[in-house]
Design a protein around this ligand. Structure first.
Ligand code: ADP
Length: 197
């Protein structure tokens, strides 16, 4: 059950078998991140991130949900982009979504930490370039692409922390968790990476 999972995670973080360094307490930084448990397509933010595949022509999972909610104009714009390499990101309009933009990033299928980190960095860099102040991320690569959930959450949160420190214009980053396992993992990891006391 969820308490057991939480305790297991706590124990592994304490043992150091999950590689999370000690982060300094910074309540102002912590205020800029949050968890949302639900469908990313309903979020009223400047941009939502899509865990796309390299063709950028739609797919299953969160990609399918975003294309359904945005309507066919999203696919039309995606066709003009000519795909996207793993670890990179491209931006389109949000069309019928409440979000103004969709940032399409292609997560690794081979468990590459470096490529997953790059997905978060490149997506956040696009936020700076497009005057985006609020952005929501799904748990990139942890669905069909099979990236281990805990390791993905550490990469996601530590990359976001570094970026927020360096870029004050990003006001809010939402970690949109859709699977029960990720709800627990993110509740736990955010306390470690964005400690408030
Ligand atoms: P990938 O191919 O990168 O693994 P998936 O779409 O299969 O991408 O999964 C990425 C994550 O997105 C998974 O945690 C999945 O449960 C989640 N997800 C699926 N649909 C939605 C949605 N509508 N909103 C937010 N997250 C979603």
């Amino acid at each position: 059950n969820s308490d057991q999972l939480r305790n297991q995670l706590d124990a592994r973080l304490k043992q150091g078998s999950l590689d999370v360094e000690e982060f300094t307490v910074d309540p102002d930084l912590a205020k800029r991140v949050s968890i949302f448990d639900g469908d990313i397509t309903g979020l009223f933010v400047d941009a939502i991130v899509n865990a796309a595949n390299s063709r950028l022509l739609g797919g299953g999972g969160v990609d399918g949900a975003i294309h359904r909610a945005a309507g066919p104009s999203l696919l039309e714009e995606c066709k003009t982009l000519k795909g996207c390499p793993t670890g990179d990101a491209k931006i389109t309009g949000g069309y019928k979504l409440p979000a103004k933009y969709v940032i399409h990033t292609v997560g690794p299928q081979d468990g590459s930490d470096m490529d997953l980190r790059s997905c978060y960095e490149k997506s956040l860099q696009l936020c700076i370039e497009h005057d985006i102040h609020s952005v929501a991320f799904p748990c990139i690569s942890t669905g069909v692409y099979g990236f281990p959930h805990e390791r993905a959450s550490i990469i996601a949160t530590t990359t976001v922390r570094k970026f927020l420190q360096d870029n004050p214009s990003i006001e809010r980053v939402i970690f949109c968790v859709f699977q029960e396992v990720d709800v627990k993992i993110y509740q736990n990891i955010l306390q470690k990476v964005f400690p408030v006391n």
